[in-house]
Design a protein around this ligand. Sequence first.
Ligand code: IMP
Ligand code: MG
Length: 183
Amino acid sequence: MSVEHKDIKRIVLGEDEIKGIVSRLGAEISRDYKDKNPLFITVLKGAYIFAADLLRAVTVPCAIDFMAVSSYGDGTKTSGVVRIVKDLDTKIEGRHIIIAEDILDSGLTLSYLIDLLSARKPASIEVAAFSIKDIKGKRPAIEPKYVGAHVPDCFIVGYGLDYAERYRNLPYVGELKEEVYTK
Ligand code: IMP
Ligand code: MG
């Protein structure tokens, strides 16, 4: 068991559950994108493990590219305005795009990114979100076509998700103990 495990309050999505989620999403995408050669766009870093597993669950020809963005604002809240730190290598005009996202919170980052990419005239843009945070009384700015799991409104790490760059290597998704980020 990973040494990071002691900081985890409870497991939110276990390894087997994650496998089931990813293979379901892969099957849905494979069914919808036959002969479309979709281009997966992965926003670094959080989504990289999800994207790696998702691509192996997709059975139709497809490609992948990566972007890195940083959010403007005070550092604690997403402002929804992003700056491109690393742009795509691929020309997306006329391509079918699927953005692979780790977790949708407010959805502001993603909604800004979709506007930005739409200006490049792709044939279509959809979102595959591994998880969506259920926040009472709030709906995210966008509704992804492919949704892995709904997770409770708490801070989660693992399976690519970090706190201060740690815990990405946990093979499951867990709730981080409050004492880890309040001390
Ligand atoms: P949004 O713009 O509010 O949807 O922010 C989404 C981004 O915030 C995600 O891509 C994650 O990088 C990060 N994030 C939101 N909630 C969590 C969490 O519980 N754990 C780790 N990262 C999170
Ligand atoms: Mg992050």
